[in-house]
Design a protein around this ligand. Sequence first.
Ligand SMILES: NC(=O)c1ccc[n+]([C@@H]2O[C@H](COP(=O)([O-])OP(=O)(O)OC[C@H]3O[C@@H](n4cnc5c(N)ncnc54)[C@H](OP(=O)(O)O)[C@@H]3O)[C@@H](O)[C@H]2O)c1
Length: 305
Amino acid sequence: MAAWEANDRLDDHFQQPRFLIWGGNGWIAGQLKRLLEEQGKEVHTTTIRMENREAVLSELFLTRPTHVLNAAGCTGRPNVDWCEDNKSQTVRSNVIGTLNLADACFQAKIHCTIFATGCVYQYDQTHPIGGRGYTEEDRPNFEGSFYSLTKSHVEPILSSYSNCLILRLRMPVSDDLHPRNFVTKLLGYERVVDIPNSNTMLHDLLPASIILAEHGQTGVYNFTNPGSISHTEVLQLFKEIVRPEFSWKNFTLEEQAKVIKAGRSNCTLDTTKLVAKLGEYKYGVPEIHEAYKRCFKRMKAAGIK
Ligand SMILES: NC(=O)c1ccc[n+]([C@@H]2O[C@H](COP(=O)([O-])OP(=O)(O)OC[C@H]3O[C@@H](n4cnc5c(N)ncnc54)[C@H](OP(=O)(O)O)[C@@H]3O)[C@@H](O)[C@H]2O)c1
């Protein structure tokens, strides 16, 4: 798919990028805003419901962004188990809303980046633990949660739009101990499973999302650091670097299944496509173990204990 001509708008040919972040009060949205402000870019946010066509069109008309960053989505509180009991609300946001916003951007000739999920696979015989990862071409094979089901069904339709960049995040990690940070979640569990997974270090990947969007890239990208890391390895590094007194207990997938309502995806994503594309812009993404070490050192330097 050819790159979207981000600045090729009839009315405004030489304009600078102007970002509009959807889901303005969300966790990832807040970090995107901060990053763009640090980069000195023009950035706006909105909390308008994505499924409200008139309000979406009006917001696009008033703000006139060159780029929409869609960080809105129904993620469930306290976690995705909520989506199992609130299916119509989940569909309204993750299917109808996400498609509506992408379509409205297409009609208005605006590039649209969607912060999507890679939790659409599970290890199987052809993609076993320690074996090859899932590429963007592989069909989703995890429908154990309604949240993942909505995301995996909407992705192929979204990717038919020539203005959409779809970034598949997994278990995102920030440099603080925000409650939505994957590490904070691990620290709060009584017991953790010990399965390797692909993770998204936001420090490394949010700047990459801006690079891809500004260059008008489109299509689907597995949006994680290269490699995979087990929950135990994450906690070991955390203990080594940040909190020496920390201890934890493991349990099996079967034991975990007894305390959660929706299934959880465990998989490794292949990042070849992402790394090659970012290489064209001279942007490197560290392997996940190295990325965690750097993250925990930043935490320690910031006084987080
Ligand atoms: N955090 C993760 O573990 C993770 C992993 C992979 C992918 N993602 C994806 O990344 C995106 C951002 O995640 P996040 O962690 O920042 O989630 P978050 O903190 O829950 O933020 C999502 C935001 O979207 C808003 N929202 C929900 N439905 C909406 C709708 N129909 N129209 C407009 N806004 C709506 C929510 O507002 P209200 O609360 O008012 O509804 C909330 O402010 C989501 O699409 C999520 O699926 C997250």
